[in-house]
Design a protein around this ligand. Sequence first.
Ligand code: SF4
Length: 378
Amino acid sequence: MKHVSEFRDPNLAKALLAEIARLAEQIGATRAQPLHIMEICGGHTHAIFRFGLDKLVHEGIEFIHGPGCPVCVLPMARVDECIKIAESEGVIFTTFGDAMRVPGTRGSLMQAKARGADIRMVYSPLDALEIARRNPEREVVFFGLGFETTTPSTAFAIQAAAREGLSNFSVFCNHITVPEPVRALLGDPDMQLDGFIGPGHVSMVIGTHPYDFIAQEFGKPIVVAGFEPIDLLQSVAMVLRQIAEGRAEVENQYARVVPEHGNPASLAAIADVYERRPSFEWRGLGEIDASGLRIRPGYAAFDAEEKFGVGYATGSRNVPEIEGCACGAVMTGKMKPTACPQYGHGCTPETPLGALMVSSEGACAAYWQYGGARAAAE
Ligand code: SF4
């Protein structure tokens, strides 16, 4: 298949693996003292495990799975607030399917739906907008969730609702940003990171410059990468080459998709609709300054926090995590999923304790799906 098969070419993969091994040995990376390369994006985590790249690369390379799964970092309090909105009289609550099974203190949206709430899965906020048009007597709320990749589409839906004067549509905004948690991780003295694989889809929107601080302030290389095996192997080789040559720069392996300065139409919509929250709570990471977006006062009529009196509008936050759940340590790369005491015991995809086990971008789900279930059984 064009644009896929060439990025899965076995001969190219072998050549890149040999180059990675050569560079790893030149740097002196070993199994005992590996180089820690963090892939920020959960989509990359899944690609690495799907194609077995963690086992193919030189033993001196260790992939550290970062916090780039928006469903995984959603705190319990926000799930609870979703359920509160969804169970309000006359509400149709719409969400991406990924968020349906994320546990809150009162269960998940899936369980709220089973109790009778009108919760519907959609593929786009524009689907939610259409539901609002067809149900003028009902309040339709879209669960706006995700990094910069999905932030523009929610903004476009809000702009469309404003143009049409749709008074029964609102967004529960939980959009978050990538650079701030990376800065928080780099400032954590317990983290030992040698380089980064940058998120491809997010960068398509924001470009590569928001990562300049990683290279300039922290002296770490970062390579924005695509999602096929050749993309990832080439990106690892590029990170290693920077380390071997004593450089720390932002490089773009995914230039066929990621423009240096991002997507102007998306960036304009983001700037029009949202403003930064002073801080936002991340599951496992705590409060991170300026890492979340809220809807600007000019669009307050479409802000579910204002309409339903929930969330940061009421100051309610910081619900403690479930006891025994190691999601925070996994999300910050301090623990592998299989090292979590709950993995495969209390926590499975059927009975998830943490969001990382149910999200399509969660690290625990990746381990389970691509061999971790067998590891747990063994
Ligand atoms: S196995 Fe379950 S409880 Fe443990 S880190 Fe993963 S999602 Fe969290």
